[in-house]
Design a protein around this ligand. Structure first.
Ligand code: GTP
Ligand code: MG
Length: 179
């Protein structure tokens, strides 16, 4: 009975999935959040603390937490991890100098016990800018293939046009449906 009810609950799209969006400052997280919510580019300023919005896509409800990425704020990311099923890490694909910092933050995050069952989507954002690294290059530099305990996927995107954003969400939807 419990299983049936939970299936019905899911069929009617009432389940809410917690999604946490992390990444260094200036990566484009807040821009992505409001693209999801309103299909438009909003003017952003650096996030202090977090933004949270409910995003509905293909009848699936996501509670999306967009966390501030400045160095002093990163220690607080883990306070948002409880009950998180999905993590999006956003990367500014032109920010070669700080890819090593992103890598450190990524692996620190994946070790957190509250994320042991979470799936990871990496957005290689700002693909519209000249000199941006490709998703394949970022994947190599971050050594994503070494991640065995989490399902992961990398998606090239541009938050200004929205290109690639929904392909990433589609991967997330498939993860949820396959559970
Ligand atoms: N060219 C280009 N600029 C982008 C893209 N995505 C975001 N930006 C710009 O990058 C800047 C930072 O974007 P935010 O969304 O505020 O970045 P953030 O990751 O939320 O930053 P913090 O809140 O400090 O962690 C803004 O000026 C955005 O307009 C993109 O795909 N291409
Ligand atoms: Mg922000």
């Amino acid at each position: 009975m419990g299983l049936l009810l939970s299936r019905l609950w899911r069929m009617f799209g009432n389940e809410e999935h917690k999604l946490v969006m992390v990444g260094l400052d200036n990566a484009g997280k807040t821009t992505i959040l409001y693209q999801f919510l309103m299909n438009e580019v909003v003017h952003t300023s650096p996030t202090i603390g977090s933004n949270v919005e409910e995003v509905v896509w293909r009848n699936i409800h996501f509670l999306v937490w967009d966390l501030g990425g400045q160095q002093s704020l990163r220690a607080a990311w883990s306070t948002y991890y409880t009950n998180t099923e999905l993590v999006i890490m956003v990367i500014d694909s032109t920010d070669r100098e700080r890819l090593a910092v992103t890598r450190e933050e990524l692996y620190r995050m994946l070790q957190h016990e509250d994320l042991s069952k979470a799936s990871l989507l990496v957005y290689a954002n700002k693909q519209d800018l000249k000199g941006s690294m490709s998703a394949a290059e970022i994947s190599r530099q971050l050594d994503l293939t070494s991640i065995k305990k989490h399902q992961w996927h990398i998606q090239a995107c541009c938050a200004l046009t929205g290109e690639g954003l929904y392909q990433g969400l589609e991967w997330i939807v498939q993860r949820i449906k396959n559970k």
